[in-house]
Design a protein around this ligand. Structure first.
Ligand SMILES: [Zn+2]
Length: 421
């Protein structure tokens, strides 16, 4: 173990937690709302200000800062080898979100690499902090924009096609911030050998179990479907109950049945009916058509297949009993992602060295690491979210957990970037 690591103890952790919280406060100002929320959407002035602020902080820590073609920032600590170990997360937020989702991962990564630069000096492999421009899809439906750019997964013409609520295209928004959409392919990386993403949990598991680190070994798979039910619209007064073909009551049965499917299967299965649109939607009209969206998540692809087939049977039964016509369509399928076992083991060894209570767990939300994992081995770890809250103004992680997380990241990066590859 490098001698510099012996500095670590309660005092060093506290000092790092203070530094991280100070930086979080600096960043919180960019996009802050009166209710304590943060709305920092990509390619807006507040986003630009936060990106500049983080770049300044990284360069103050002795890192060489670079901006890529889509606006992500990288703080580099050059090693003996050009191959890069990347660590960080995203800088954008949802609308009305908090000050921790994404940004805390960037700040923890920045604290860890700045610490390594100051105390251990030049690594064997090059280290880079990743301040990703966009992950949340909160302004454009751009779906992991920054990490897709790194992975070369942005399609030609996509930036012209995607528009925000006011009609501005992503390409126009990029240009307004000084980025040339024609250069997007230049963001692609071929020098990455590992990616570690620290992130808040966004759920209650660690908080309730009094654990500090969640070593994330996979991201659950996702299946999104729509169910369309067609019956017969008509007068709410004149159509007798026996003659009705009410699409909404059918949809209600499908929604409750979907919940039953998930409960019967048990944890970690989750199923959500997130939206229900009814036509014609009048007070005095029998609903003739209804569309529901269904979101299933589970770590095994085979279980997702079974959930989908149970749903199809359910819908067919409801349609037959209520004389409706039904259509089930798969809108999105994301396979479960398994993270790199060696990186997970490095994180666990780091938790053990730091004497921090941890557990292995899946992530139920999507993250940059699943895209960057297509380029190089990747893994994530979570720190607790108070009460499991996320994507809301009262999102919070305790400073002591932030300090512990930074120490774990430092120790993991020592194994990955300072030891002989
Ligand atoms: Zn996030």
């Amino acid at each position: 173990m490098p001698a510099g690591l012996s500095r670590f103890g309660a005092e060093e952790r506290r000092r790092l937690a203070v530094e991280a919280c100070r930086m979080l406060e600096r960043l919180r100002r960019h996009g802050a709302g009166p209710d304590g929320s943060v709305s920092r959407l990509v390619y807006t002035p507040e986003w630009q200000a936060a990106m500049d602020e983080v770049a300044l902080w990284l360069s103050e820590g002795g890192l060489e800062v670079r901006t890529d073609a889509v606006g992500s920032r990288f703080g580099r600590l050059a090693g003996e080898l050009p191959e890069v170990v990347l660590t960080g997360s995203h800088m954008d937020s949802v609308r009305g979100g908090g000050a921790y989702d994404g940004v805390l991962g960037v700040v923890m990564a920045g604290c860890a690499v700045r610490w390594l630069a100051a105390h251990l000096g030049r690594p064997r492999r090059t280290l880079e902090v990743f301040a990703n421009c966009e992950e949340e899809s909160s302004r454009f439906h751009c779906n992991f924009w920054g990490s897709r750019a790194l992975a070369g997964l942005i399609e030609p013409g996509e930036s012209e096609r995607l528009r925000d609520a006011s009609g501005t295209s992503l390409a126009e928004a990029m240009s307004a911030c000084g980025f040339d959409p024609a250069r997007i392919p230049e963001a692609r990386r071929s020098d990455l050998v590992a990616y570690l993403e620290p992130h808040i949990e966004q759920g209650p598991v660690l908080f309730q179990a009094n654990q500090v680190i969640g070593v994330v070994d996979r991201i659950v798979g996702l299946r999104m479907l729509t169910v369309d039910l067609d019956g017969m619209a008509g007068h709410a007064g004149t159509i007798p109950m026996a003659h009705r073909r009410d699409a909404l009551t059918g949809a209600a049965e499908v929604a409750l049945g979907t919940e039953r499917i998930a409960r019967r299967r048990g944890a970690p299965t989750v199923a959500t009916v997130g939206s229900l649109v009814v036509q014609p939607g009048g007070f005095n009209q029998v609903p003739g058509a209804a569309e529901l969206t269904i979101d299933f998540r589970h770590p095994e692809e085979q279980v997702l297949d079974e959930l989908e087939s149970e749903l199809r049977q359910l819908v067919a039964g409801v349609a037959a009993s209520r004389n409706l016509t039904a259509r089930v369509e798969r809108r999105l399928g994301q396979r479960p992602v398994h993270f790199d076992e060696r990186l997970c083991a490095a994180l666990e060894a780091a938790c053990a060295e730091a004497a921090v209570p941890w557990r292995r767990m899946p992530s139920h939300a999507g993250h940059d690491a699943q895209l960057i994992g297509t380029l190089c081995p990747a893994a994530m770890f979570f720190v607790p979210s108070r009460d499991g809250h996320s994507h809301r103004p009262d999102e919070r992680t305790e400073p002591e957990h932030i300090g512990a997380g930074i120490e774990v990241l430092v120790r993991a990066l020592v194994q990955i970037a300072y030891a002989e590859p």
